[in-house]
Design a protein around this ligand. Structure first.
Ligand code: UT7
Length: 316
């Protein structure tokens, strides 16, 4: 596995629909309460779409924001990848629709499905094509609208998810920068987290919880060891925002300082493929991550799938 690559995150942006649904709002229609949800998950509210809003709408707005922030014109994009498990149609892909909506007239476009690991899988693909010299600018979007696929009568799953989209612009750099990638899958765990065609999300919460707590520190340790770095060399770890308790337990298990892990699940819930780019954008906005810094993005979820991607931000 390569430990350097000519690729950086040149910009990021996100979009969530304006409608905020609090835990108390949910307790009006489900047998649940704010205290239970906060204690078990750290989630306080989530943003949910109105009926007329599509996955493409969210993805397009996030794409615009990332382009804007990176100062890149749509015509300069060579590739659009959209990671999603909730596309509007089987085809055309969400990516093709985004490509058209933003005017990325020179870009190839396709969707990628790896559930909550989708964004890390997609940055892996995009960055590798950049490293080969095939492409210079890749727009990677993570978007999901789980409010359309959860069973709103099932309190064990309905409380967890929110809708949203996040995007990054990956760009080729002159010099190589630290880089690490590791992806994995175990289809034998497919039933633990599933959304069948036309049916709602079902989940074995306890098993998925344990999987998250195990895989986060294991991936982080693998990456740091390979790069001959310590946790202090990373500006930030951006884990998939599934549940604050999973992240806290994972940090403890690996012996890593919890402050290194970015957390915003309290405000957005689990937005699946969108959670990492939304978190990354907020970290950039808060200046927690600055030019040349290294970040580790860690995804895990349905498949089962998992992945870690370490790369630099705003490098030249
Ligand atoms: O992207 C990955 C997506 N998946 C995840 O992140 C999920 C990972 N798993 C989890 O986060 C946790 O397993 C949950 C938050 C889903 C559940 O927490 P838990 O501590 O594992 O609770 P549990 O499933 O063991 O349920 C404990 C109790 C049960 O009642 P009884 O059987 O003990 O009487 C549930 O019926 O809590 C009950 N319960 C609830 N009560 C109030 C389950 N959901 C709720 C709820 N409100 N929303």
């Amino acid at each position: 596995m390569m430990h350097q690559a000519h690729v950086t995150i040149a910009g990021a942006g996100f979009y969530v629909p304006p409608r905020v649904v609090t835990n108390n709002d949910l307790s009006q229609r489900l047998e649940t309460d704010d205290e239970w949800i906060v204690q078990r998950t750290g989630i306080r509210q989530r943003h949910l779409v109105e009926e007329s809003v599509t996955t493409t709408d969210l993805a397009t707005r996030a794409a615009w924001a990332a382009l804007d922030q990176s100062g890149t014109a749509a015509e300069e994009i060579d590739l659009v990848i959209v990671a999603t498990s909730t596309p509007d149609d089987r085809f055309p892909s969400t990516a093709a629709r985004v490509q058209h909506a933003i005017g990325a007239t020179h870009a190839a476009a396709f969707d990628l499905s790896a559930a909550c690991s989708g964004f890390v899988y997609a940055t892996a693909v995009g960055s590798q094509w950049i490293e080969t010299g095939c492409f210079r600018n890749a727009l990677v979007v993570g978007v999901d609208v789980f409010s359309r696929i959860v069973d709103w009568r099932d309190r064990r799953t309905a409380i967890l998810f929110g809708d949203g989209a996040g995007a990054v612009l990956l760009r080729r750099t002159e010099k190589p920068y630290p880089y690490y990638l590791s992806l994995g899958a175990d289809g034998s765990g497919g039933e633990l987290l599933r959304a069948p065609m036309g049916g709602p999300v079902s989940m074995n919460g306890t098993e998925v919880y344990k999987f998250g707590v195990r895989i986060i520190p294991s991936l982080l340790q693998e990456a740091l060891q390979a790069l001959h770095l310590t946790i202090d060399d990373l500006a930030l770890v951006i884990p998939h925002q599934a549940n604050a308790r999973i992240i806290e337990s994972a940090a403890k298990k690996g012996g890593y300082p919890f402050e290194k892990f970015f957390l915003n699940v309290d405000r957005y819930g689990n937005t699946s493929a969108a959670s990492i780019p939304i978190a990354l954008t907020e970290a950039l906005q808060q200046k927690v991550v600055r030019e040349g810094d290294l970040v580790a993005m860690i995804g895990f979820g349905g498949g089962l799938t998992w992945g870690i991607h370490v790369l630099s931000v705003y490098a030249r």
